[in-house]
Design a protein around this ligand. Structure first.
Ligand code: B12
Length: 484
């Protein structure tokens, strides 16, 4: 590796959920690296998270590349790991300039500077593509930093927050630096010979779910890319051997007209690629008449975060849907031969062992192929935070990963909560496995489901809890062995 001016690093954090299914490149870094290069700055992306590197390996890599600037991304769960990277960088190269960006620094930069001011030179607030190259240039040239919009930094011991950076008006003006990726680093464990890219067709979310950060991050805005430009990007990447595309959008289907155009173009180009995406219940119901076109376009996998089985909870979460609608939407995706994954959020203050059992029963009615029984994570900037605050027992952000209990419900302790959640997984998949074994036809779906289960059992956080749960009954274990 040659020396590079800017090194962008993902924090070495793992909680054994999404990373158990595959390795995923960091899209924000692709976009920022593209804009840094346009501005004449050399850059390297170092996905330490996906490479499963530890801090010693990170130290060696930083020592070898000798960057002048290091940029690290952080969501709430990864902030401590991100700060560890900056600390390591400072030890290795004392004069290095350190930059943090992403959803956590965007909302919590004051706390970061108060607690770790010595480690962090700049926090970038919001989108980084325009801010980062400008910041790097201004810092290098010793220009007035107060003119760089969208940053926070300390000057003369005082925290400065510059003017708000407007969102990028034309997302198609950006050019992700795909040439920096070694695609062999990014397999999806469900599919042999797969290479995964994360792509984006829109930014923003118009929903206001109370537990989520994303509508706040994008301030309720919604921007779309041109369908032709988006599909051409997929086509271009497919020619370099990428065959799986994860659409990062919070809400790709918002405009039916634009979405249909994307599907039409994908069908017309017939690229032989597989697409993974997320959307909401309402749009699946809206698109019932064209769901077969989703499949024709290559959509293999849809994540619908239904989040609850109770209508009153759904209202509280502002999910804008109901149990019956969610059930119908999940069923439609399954019936059209695509894989449907979903999640339920448990562990709020009013949770009880009984309410969890009830959720499990109704989750079986939802009957998603993969179901996650997640635990509420109180992001300090989400709408729900104030209500959850009195029940938070764990302040360590690294546990705010949706799988570790940090809130204590009134009627149970956190250990009981965890036990009940693990039991949900066990009971849910014990019924799923025989169903999958009996599946006829649609070999691709069957292969993905079984490989998915294998990935869960071998790589996910559940692996460590199998024995604590008393394991799976013998007949299920035998079945698993015949399938895998
Ligand atoms: C892709 C993705 C991932 C990938 C990350 C791949 C990688 N190599 O980093 C994978 C699948 C591994 C992943 C895992 C997890 N994720 Co995730 N993920 C996403 C997703 C779907 C898209 C992110 C994205 O690409 N956005 C588009 C880009 C353009 O935006 P961006 O990332 O915010 O980056 C921009 C700015 O934030 C800023 N920026 C970001 N970083 C930096 C750094 C610097 C230096 C600068 C200057 C600027 C900057 O500039 C970027 C360009 O504008 C989002 C949901 C969503 N739709 O956004 C969830 C999301 C980010 N994930 C989330 C979570 C909770 C997780 C997990 C903890 C889930 C779990 N239990 O497994 C794990 C953590 C794993 C880990 N080890 O880090 C949450 C974070 C919530 C929060 N507020 O903290 C989100 C928001 C989902 C949600 N709705 O709750 N995730």
């Amino acid at each position: 590796m040659n020396n590079k001016k800017v090194l962008l690093v993902t924090p070495p954090y793992h909680c054994g959920v999404v990373e158990s299914a595959g390795r995923w490149p960091n899209l924000g870094f692709m976009y920022m690296a593209g804009e840094l290069e346009k501005a004449g700055h050399s850059v390297e992306i170092y996905d330490a998270m996906s490479k499963f590197h530890d801090l010693e390996q990170i130290r060696e890599t930083i020592g070898r590349i000798k960057p002048v600037f290091i940029g690290v991304t952080a969501i709430t769960a990864t902030i401590h790991a991100a700060l560890d990277v900056l600390k390591t960088a400072r030890q290795e190269i004392p004069g290095i300039t350190t930059i943090l960006g992403g959803v956590h620094p965007t909302f919590c930069y004051e706390e970061i500077f108060a607690d770790h001011g010595g480690l962090v030179d700049y926090c970038v607030i919001g989108e980084g593509e325009l801010t980062l190259p400008e910041l790097v240039s201004a810092h290098e040239k010793g220009e007035d930093l107060s003119k760089v919009q969208g940053i926070a930094y300390k000057a003369d011991g005082k925290l400065q927050r510059t003017a708000v950076r407007e969102f990028i008006a034309d997302l198609d003006s950006l050019s992700p630096a795909w040439h920096l990726v070694d695609w062999n680093d990014y397999p999806l464990y469900f599919l042999d010979d797969s290479r995964v890219a994360i792509v984006s067709s829109s930014r923003g979310c118009v929903h206001t779910c109370t537990f989520c950060s994303q509508h706040k991050f994008w301030q309720g805005s919604y921007r779309e890319r041109d369908p032709h430009r988006f599909v051409s990007e997929i086509e271009l990447l497919s020619k370099t051997g990428v065959n799986v595309f994860f659409i990062a959008d919070e809400y790709p289907t918002y405009s039916r007209e634009r979405w249909v155009k994307i599907l039409d173009l994908l069908i017309e180009k017939n690229l032989g690629v597989h697409i993974l995406m997320e959307t909401c219940v309402g749009d699946i119901l809206r698109d019932e008449d064209i769901l077969h076109r989703y499949k024709e376009a290559g959509i293999l996998f849809i994540y619908l975060g239904v989040e609850s089985t109770s209508d009153s909870k759904l209202q509280e979460f502002k999910k804008e849907t109901s149990f019956q609608n969610s059930k119908k939407a999940l069923g439609l995706i399954r019936d059209r031969g695509m894989i449907v994954e979903s999640s339920l959020i448990l562990g709020g203050p009013d949770e009880t062992p009984e309410s969890i059992k009830e959720t499990l029963e109704l989750a079986r009615e939802y009957n998603a192929d993969f179901m996650h029984f997640l635990l509420l994570a109180p992001w300090p900037y989400a709408d729900l935070y104030k209500e959850l605050e009195p029940y938070i027992e764990v302040r360590d952000y690294s546990k705010y990963n949706l799988v570790e209990p940090v809130i204590k419900p009134r009627a149970m302790n956190r250990d009981q909560l965890m036990k009940e959640v693990l039991n949900c997984y066990k009971q849910y998949y014990m019924r799923k496995l025989p169903e999958w074994a009996a599946m006829r036809g649609n070999d691709l779906k069957k292969t993905c489901l079984i490989n998915g289960m294998k990935a869960i059992m071998e790589n996910s956080f559940l692996k460590d809890h199998m024995t604590g749960l008393g394991g799976m009954p013998d007949h299920v274990m035998k079945l698993i062995k015949t399938l895998i």
